[in-house]
Design a protein around this ligand. Structure first.
Ligand code: 26Q
Length: 824
């Protein structure tokens, strides 16, 4: 731990208690007499927040003083989950808080439970950003996150009669973790027109004028590092009406309604997170969100740089900006605009600065997820930016022409402007052209982008511009916080909690693989995590499950490429197989609980059908007396970060079964294995690297390979497409009405049978079923299973987001950690 005098705030439980009491009585204006759990949560959080903000201030001072390069992580999503537990653990004061709260009459678990998840993200991409913030702070990197302060995060999912219903997630009623900075604001311009004027030196400059202005207000969220005083900042922008002459006049004229309507229109920009995941749906408001956030963030970054009074060419020595997918690509255009239009730099000088500053991370190869915006929309909303994009494109295409003279089809293919009807701006191409590095998020994925969607750019820019940084997860939240008993057991073998800072130290537990006591405790921890999940299942669905059954989990956004339909068809096949057996035969079957969870984008019809089928199958199977505890099927509603913290440690096996070549990385696969669960998966995304690390005896791989997908799809369309006979029986059963009105599931079936089976459900079905049979057999040998589980955890060191952040820092950002005080 850090020496006491170096850290601010409470040093022991008495001081913590008095801080809690002070907040209850002053900040919350209540008496301790009627302090309930919610007030205790608020006060405890405020006590920690106070402490964090003091460290935050010192960290910022240290960074300013050191004058070192900073990285800015731009992400439209930060899926943070709860903050209190994480803050207590990272600071190392959870025990202090626990005894303090206990003296005040509260159980710390109940207090932690009071917190509403900060759910400003859809899924993998948003949670990755949150893990990165944790690692950046823990490794003492000078880093800021920039995002949007949505009033509504991802919707809350309710399951009503087996269907998903979306409920708004209003989470800001009371949020003790943010500091409004009403003095840090930026005016953001939209619409208007551009005209060219000559400056004093006779040079033509573009002026963007007119239109409307919206105010961005900063809200800061402190990010505590683990076992370090470093506390970084996540700055979220909130939109507000700019109180200019305009509304003043309206107000003065008594046009209150219209004046209030203007205000609401401005506030709409940061009102709601778009709930699409891996699907691009261009709406004007989304583009407005992107520019609003990017312009405010760049203004802030440039303002900070200007204070240093350095020359502009030194900008990339002070600033690295990482683009989390293409959502912030406008930052490239905005920085070029600031440098050329406002600061008077020459185009080329400005462009060199811009490209040296940005890095772009790609998270998908799915064509439907690649962001494009109609040129007309740009022209209307951001007229000057469109001109700059055209110029960027012109100079880029000229350079391509010089390198590959006369290749007109190449120019057409790589143009930032797609010559379609209507014309579109291709954001990924703009991001590549405007960055010095482009990375994918797992090896296979990084190889695929180089050979498919970005192939031409590899020829143009050279292969060194393209790189891989395999994703990672923070072991603080996903091991220590979610699975405290496992963390304590590992500590007893490693000798300290140092593995939370250097996850490769996990390999030490392999030495204890034959230690009986250790193995027994290992199995016992898994069992008690399953008991806890079983309790949650009972409370939330009413279904009783036996914790000694094999828990089989698939939790992630519902998407056809992730193939929850393959899973549920497999479950139906298992059910039909059991039904056909005699009671004697059934006794040999391995009991199983199949657990699903995940949200469907509200407009994604197929995904919603999948949820419905899972629920109707559950209804039938769970109430079938022949089956009993041999098979249970549950759908957990409203899967989110804090539910993941309960579900992840409780799996025996989890499913990562995307069509090969479609899942860029996946990160929950890493979380499950780190918690001692085995996985069944395809050769896709990070599954491949997990296999390399843990060994192929410790993973259940199945299915076709990415390199064969294209040919298989071709044969579906042009050959005669035969459905797997067992899958055909599953379809027959659905069509008989066994699981409710077959009409409801017609399109799920026809996607496979009649429309080319794009996701290869039938091609992989046999191999999937056979591999599940191997899982059943393996599980019956508990000793073998435990050996696999321990070995896998021991070899997961590579997948820490700390390793991942160090790779970005060295290979892309060129930044170094800041020295903090030395330890005692
Ligand atoms: C784009 C335009 C308009 C509206 C929404 C969007 C949008 C929003 C979210 C597009 C994509 C996303 C999210 C993508 C995502 O989560 N991708 C996942 O990223 C993880 C972290 O790298 C990977 O592990 C997953 O494989 C990848 O699917």
């Amino acid at each position: 731990a850090w020496t006491k005098h170096q850290v601010s705030g409470f040093k022991d439980k008495d001081e913590f208690e008095s801080e809690v009491v002070r907040h209850v009585e002053t900040t919350l204006a209540r008496s301790m007499f009627n302090c309930d759990e919610s007030a205790a949560y608020s006060a405890a959080s405020l006590a920690f927040r106070d402490r964090l903000i003091l460290e935050w201030n010192r960290t910022q001072q240290r960074q300013t003083f050191a004058d070192s390069k900073r990285v800015y992580y731009l992400s439209l999503e930060f899926l943070m989950g709860r903050a209190l537990d994480n803050a207590m653990l990272n600071i190392g004061l959870k025990d202090v808080a626990k005894s303090g709260l206990s003296e005040l009459g509260f159980r710390i678990e109940d207090i932690i439970e009071q917190e509403h998840d900060a759910a400003l993200g859809n899924g993998g991409l948003g949670r990755l950003a949150a893990c990165f913030l944790d690692s950046l702070a823990s490794l003492n990197y000078p880093a800021w996150g920039y995002g949007l302060r949505y009033r509504y995060g991802i919707f809350k999912q309710e399951i009503i009669d087996g269907y998903q219903v979306e409920v708004p997630d209003y989470w800001l009623d009371f949020n003790p973790w943010e500091f409004p900075r009403h003095d840090v604001t930026v005016d953001i311009q939209f619409y208007g027109y551009v005209h060219k004027v000559q400056d004093e030196s006779g040079r033509f400059v573009s002026r963007w004028e007119g239109g409307e202005t919206v105010k961005a207000v900063a809200y800061d969220v402190p990010i505590p590092g683990y076992d370090t005083p470093s506390t970084n900042n996540l700055r979220l922008w909130s939109s507000k009406a700019a109180s200019g002459e305009f509304d003043f006049q309206k107000f003065n004229n008594g046009e209150y309604e219209s004046s209030v309507a203007d205000q609401q229109r401005a506030e709409t920009i940061s009102a709601v997170l778009y709930p699409n995941d891996n699907l691009e749906r261009g709406k004007e408001l989304r583009l407005k969100q992107q520019y609003f956030w990017v312009a405010a963030s760049l203004y802030d970054i440039v303002r900070r740089f200007k204070k240093s009074k350095r020359a502009w060419r030194e900008f990339p020595d002070q600033v690295a900006i990482q683009l989390n997918d293409t959502h912030p690509t406008l930052a490239i255009v905005e920085l070029q605009r600031i440098l050329v239009d406002l600061e008077g730099l020459e185009w080329d000088e400005a462009w060199n600065i811009v490209t040296a500053t940005f890095g772009y991370t790609n998270h998908t190869v799915l064509p439907e997820a690649l962001e494009k915006w109609p040129v007309g929309l740009f022209q209307h909303l951001l007229p000057r930016h469109l001109q700059i994009i055209y110029d960027i494109n012109l100079f880029f295409l000229q350079s391509v022409e010089r390198k590959f003279p006369g290749d007109r089809d190449l120019l057409r293919r790589v143009s930032i402007i797609e010559e379609s009807q209507p014309k579109m701006v291709r954001m990924a191409f703009l991001a590549i052209v405007g960055s010095h590095k482009v990375n994918g998020v797992a090896e296979l994925h990084s190889d695929l982008i180089k050979t498919t969607i970005f192939k031409d750019f590899v020829n143009i820019f050279g292969v060194d511009k393209f790189t891989n940084v395999t994703n990672g997860i923070t072991p603080r939240r996903w091991l220590h916080q979610a699975n405290p008993r496992l963390s304590a057991l590992i500590k007893s073998k490693v000798g300290s909690l140092d593995f939370l800072k250097d996850l490769t130290l996990l390999n030490k537990i392999e030495l204890s693989i034959n230690d009986k006591e250790f193995r027994r405790e290992w199995a016992d921890i898994k069992y008690s995590n399953k008991v806890r999940l079983a309790k949650h299942i009972k409370e939330s669905t009413g279904v009783s499950v036996d914790p000694s059954a094999l828990f089989d989990v698939q939790v992630k956004r519902i998407h056809e490429y992730k193939r929850q339909q393959l899973n549920i068809f497999g479950v139906i096949h298992r059910y039909l197989t059991l039904k056909a057996q005699s009671p004697e035969e059934r006794k040999k079957a391995q009991p199983r609980v199949t657990i699903f969870g995940g949200k469907a984008a509200p407009g994604y019809w197929m995904a919603k059908q999948i949820i419905h089928l899972i629920n109707t199958v559950g209804n039938v199977v769970n109430n079938d007396k022949d089956i009993g505890d041999l098979l249970k099927v549950v759908f957990l509603e409203d899967y989110n970060v804090s539910k993941a913290e309960i579900i992840t440690p409780a799996s025996d096996i989890s499913e990562h079964i995307s069509t090969a070549g479609t899942e860029a990385s996946g990160t929950s696969n890493m979380k499950f294995v780190l918690n001692g669960g085995l996985i069944i998966g395809t050769c896709d995304g990070a599954n491949i690297e997990i296999t390399r690390e843990i060994g192929e005896n410790n993973i259940f791989l199945f299915g076709n390979l990415a390199e064969d997908v294209e040919d298989l799809r071709h044969s579906h369309t042009y050959g005669n497409h035969q459905i797997d006979p067992d899958l055909a029986k599953v379809f027959e059963e659905i069509e008989k009405g066994t699981f409710g009105n077959p009409h409801d599931f017609a399109s799920l079936i026809s996607a496979v049978r009649d429309h080319g089976d794009y996701y290869l459900v039938s091609d992989d079905f046999r191999s999937y079923i056979e591999t599940h049979a191997l899982v059943d057999e393996a599980y019956k040998n508990q000793e073998e299973w435990i050996t696999k589980s321990i070995t896998s955890v021991a070899r997961m060191g590579f997948f820490s987001s700390d390793r991942c952040i160090n790779e970005y820092a060295e290979g892309i950002w060129n930044i170094e950690p800041l020295k903090t005080q030395t330890k005692d």
